[in-house]
Design a protein around this ligand. Structure first.
Ligand code: ARG
Length: 560
């Protein structure tokens, strides 16, 4: 509100040359509170107006007048604005009390659909930390999109097809043990898959055998198909356990194999558009003009591949949902793949190709190196989650053994810690895997935020707070920083989605909780004057914190 008023006034004074949005973008929030609540850097205007910023600041400052502005001062080349704390505090608390859970929601996604491609683990392989990144980033972006009013479709595109399944079938025929696999599917299947690669170094016949089994699978041989279906079933059961722990659901779980009988149509379409070219017996779409390597459509042995399936899936998704945006939350090592997909769709004349976006993220590294299943080095997410829950549970036993719903709280805290550890970092950065960091329960962590929420809840309870008896008339100097933080929430959520970056919410929540904890330390909330109003502020804080956590996919326990 106050930023809009400032932008509007400045644009009216300055005339058409500077539009309101441009001014709005350049409004700053001073680092030091004593410099004011808002600031406008006049040196941005200097080149066009050919006047020194100091002069501009002195000229403009006296012209800015509004009930919201307490004091407007030219300082150096800046206009510093002190807001009317009383008015804004009251307005903010009233707004939260009316809007409740809708505070911070937006409507400009209404009537539009976004499709999310997220998680996408590969069957017969462990659910890796990389897939965790895709799952939690994708889920949080979908929450943000829904918060904008978009219709969201979350698709889990399971990796259930490809030549590697020939190798796995051959490994199973050689060393598979049904009992062991039933007891521990992903670990056992990975073990024989790793063994296949080790033995194949010495024994090249195995490679042929793998190829042979993949052919069988392609030709729908009964045994190959039966085993493959079984691998898929047991894998999905394992993945489901993880999704339940994480509290994540999908609108559609559909594997790559679903597209097997639909790819001929894609190949035909590419032919019709005269995009297919021969390259050493393989079929490719050249992307020379785009300056990137050709997109491989069919291998020389006639088998189709990953790219062909993704092209087919994208077309199918557009036909089903006529999406306004399709976001693929996948690691940045697949950047070339998605660039190729986008260009090929474009060449096919689909103008929606411009709305297909690769939301890439950095790798999860271990000792500075990429984790790989082949070498059997991958850390199992399920174990990490279980360990986190265990530690949360130990800490509850130690600090608060009387707690009700101990198990639920331990899950909320342990899982929250793992999710937040990922989401607080800029998604584009590589993340060094560190179970110690993840489970640190103090500092910039989910447990810290959850604990701040619990503290607010307990104050509200002790103070007997009731929403209908709440009082927004607060005149408390110390509350001002907290009010300002709470006011930032709507903009923070908007920006986080526009930049597809949940870490902005995570960082915002840490600042918010720190400000609250400072307020709590310096103010006797349950004593002295204006108790109702102070409780209303605490309520406002707890509402925003809970909403923010839920956008990240993290639950807030009422007690812990
Ligand atoms: N299953 C793939 C992998 O683990 C990721 C799939 C991503 N989604 C897609 N539409 N290609 O590498």
């Amino acid at each position: 509100m106050e930023k809009h008023v400032l932008a509007l006034q400045l644009s009216q004074i300055l005339g058409e040359e500077f539009n309101r949005d441009w001014i709005y973008e350049h409004i700053e929030i001073p680092k030091q509170e004593k410099m004011g609540d808002l600031a406008f850097p006049c040196f941005k205007l200097s080149p066009a107006l050919r006047k020194p910023p100091q002069d501009l600041a002195s000229e403009l400052a006296p012209q800015l007048k509004h009930d919201l502005f307490e004091n407007v001062q030219p300082v150096g080349g800046y206009i510093n604005i002190f807001l009317n704390q009383q008015f804004i505090t009251e307005h903010t608390l009233k707004q939260i009390l009316t809007e409740q859970e809708n505070y911070g929601k937006h409507t400009f996604g209404e009537g539009k659909t976004v499709v999310f491609d997220l998680s996408a683990p590969n069957i017969a392989k462990p659910f890796s930390m990389g897939h965790l990144r895709s799952t939690v980033i994708g889920n949080s972006l979908a929450n943000l999109a829904a918060n904008y009013g978009y219709e969201t479709v979350k698709i889990n595109y399971i990796g259930d097809y490809g030549t590697q399944f020939g190798k796995l079938l051959s490994a199973y025929k050689n060393w598979g043990d049904e009992e062991k696999i039933r007891a521990n599917p992903l670990a056992e299947l990975t073990k024989i898959y790793v063994k296949f690669h080790e033995e194949a170094k010495e024994n090249t016949l195995l490679i042929d055998e793998g190829r042979h089994w993949f052919k069988k699978l392609e030709q729908q041989d009964e045994e190959a198909l039966r085993l493959w279906r079984w691998f898929k079933e047991v894998s999905l059961e394992e993945f489901e356990k993880i999704y339940q722990l994480l509290g994540i659901e999908f609108d559609l779980t559909r594997g790559e194999a679903y597209y097997n009988d639909k790819m001929d149509a894609t190949v035909e379409l590419l032919k019709e558009h005269q995009l297919l070219e021969d390259s050493d017996g393989a079929k490719v779409v050249r992307l020379d003009e785009e300056g990137i390597p050709p997109c491989l459509i069919k291998k020389s042995d006639g088998t189709t591949i990953y790219a062909t399936r993704d092209l087919t899936a994208a077309i199918d998704r557009f036909n089903s949902y006529s999406f306004d945006e399709a976001l693929y939350v996948v690691g940045h090592e697949q950047s070339l793949h998605f660039a190729q997909i986008k260009h090929v769709l474009n060449k096919l004349g689909f103008n929606w190709a411009q709305n297909v976006k690769h939301i890439s993220f950095g790798m999860m590294l271990q000792d500075g190196k990429k984790m790989s299943t082949r070498q059997g080095k991958t850390i199992l997410l399920e174990n990490v989650l279980k360990e986190a829950i265990q530690q949360a549970s130990d800490s509850i036993e130690e600090k608060n053994p009387q707690l009700r719903n101990k198990e639920t709280v331990a899950r909320q805290v342990g899982v929250g810690a793992v999710i937040f550890h990922d989401l607080k970092q800029d998604r584009r950065n590589d993340v060094e895997f560190s179970i110690e960091d993840m489970l640190r329960f103090e500092g910039n962590t989910a447990p810290y935020l959850q604990y701040s929420y619990v503290r607010a809840q307990s104050i509200l309870q002790k103070g007997g707070f009731k929403v209908d008896a709440s009082n927004p008339f607060l005149s408390d100097e110390k509350a001002w920083s907290l009010i300002k933080q709470i006011r930032k929430f709507p903009e923070a959520t908007a920006k986080a989605y526009k930049e597809y970056d949940p870490s902005q919410i995570a960082k915002y929540l840490l600042d918010l909780a720190k400000t609250f904890n400072q307020y709590y330390t310096h103010t006797k909330i349950l004593q002295g004057e204006q108790q109702d109003a102070k409780l209303t502020l605490v309520y406002g804080f707890s509402l925003v914190l809970k909403q923010g956590l839920s956008l990240l996919g993290i639950e807030a326990p009422e007690e812990m």
